[in-house]
Design a protein around this ligand. Structure first.
Ligand code: OXD
Length: 309
């Protein structure tokens, strides 16, 4: 029995070592060295080449190297009868929360304004806004979003939460569904996006909805580029309606060098690093899921393919 590893961004070596230590009976193959396809019972993948997974006839499960599975579901030839499993936290939530906390504090303390002033050698002071008077809107209250909310709330911010279905997190003013989106956005001075990318959430931040944000609002997108209409974001920044954006994810990754985001003074870019599956931490969940599949039990993080996460 073998597992096939495919990722253009993750180093297979720590995974190979972790499997050799914790599940030595499983041969570890790294694409393109697939060997005999009939041996491959598991695929551990990040954004696999479309059509690759259907060439593996004996697959028992597809394991995502991330929490998001949109890059796997994008494969129109995906074998939909094979269980698809995503990482549930596995060290990612802490990293996402750190990134979002950094971003929320950056915008709350108006670092985006001071960064613009620095370019002009301009010394102008702005009175700080108390955290209790600052509303941070969190889109997506799953494992990641709720971890962030738990870490943010003690700092004293007014925290708003938005989710597809109703949720009740302590200390969070909650909104849900289509009807809840507008009042949620209208109050979100710092908007942080954790949503999964599905047919329903694609371009959820379009021109009309970006205009619902309060004047001067800032956006942190560490979910997926597909949530945001990139041209609409440029328009609301250039019109002065939005104050700034911290973006980790983009429609096209790597972000092409000619993309206007790179040189926009109010956009701060990171190369999809908000969270990264660290083999030493995530491998135990992956192996436990393989064991559960072998025992005929339900794995943790089984994706409902129709729902998209
Ligand atoms: C993920 C990611 O989905 O890092 O885990 O984007």
């Amino acid at each position: 029995m073998a597992i096939l590893f495919y990722s253009e961004v993750d180093d297979p070596e720590p995974w190979r070592q972790a499997f050799a230590r914790d599940l030595p009976a499983m041969a570890f193959r790294v694409w393109p060295d697939v060997g005999d396809v009939d041996d491959i019972a598991y695929a551990l993948v990040w954004k696999p080449q479309p059509g690759l997974l259907k060439t593996l006839p004996k697959l028992k499960a597809i394991l995502s190297l991330g929490a998001g599975v949109d890059g796997i579901l994008a494969d129109s030839e995906l074998p939909r009868d094979v269980p698809l499993i995503r990482l549930v936290d596995a060290g990612l939530a802490q990293q996402m929360s750190e990134y979002a906390l950094y971003g929320a504090l950056h915008f709350h303390r108006q670092m985006h304004v001071y960064a613009l002033q620095q370019r002009q050698a301009r010394w102008r002071m702005f009175e700080p806004v108390a955290a209790s008077r600052r509303s941070v809107g969190v889109m997506g209250l799953g494992v990641m979003g709720s971890d962030f909310v738990r870490k943010l709330a003690p700092l004293g911010f007014r925290v708003l939460g938005y989710s597809r279905t109703p949720s009740a997190l302590p200390g969070v003013v909650s909104f849900h569904g289509e009807a809840g989106l507008r009042p949620f956005l209208e109050q979100s001075e710092i908007l942080v996006n954790f949503l999964p990318l599905t047919g329903e959430t694609r371009r959820i931040l379009n021109a009309e909805r970006l205009a619902w944000l309060p004047r001067g609002a800032c956006i942190i997108n560490l979910a997926r580029g597909g949530h945001l209409d990139e041209a609409a974001l440029l328009a609301v920044l250039d019109s002065g309606h939005l104050g700034g954006a911290l973006l980790d994810v983009f429609d096209r990754e790597p972000l092409p060098p000619e993309h206007p985001f790179w040189r926009h003074p109010q956009i701060f870019i990171t190369p999809h690093i908000a969270a990264w599956a660290v083999a030493e931490v995530a491998v135990s969940q992956v192996i436990e899921n393989i064991r559960r599949v072998e025992r005929g039990e339900q794995p943790l993080g089984l994706v409902m393919i129709e729902r998209g996460y």
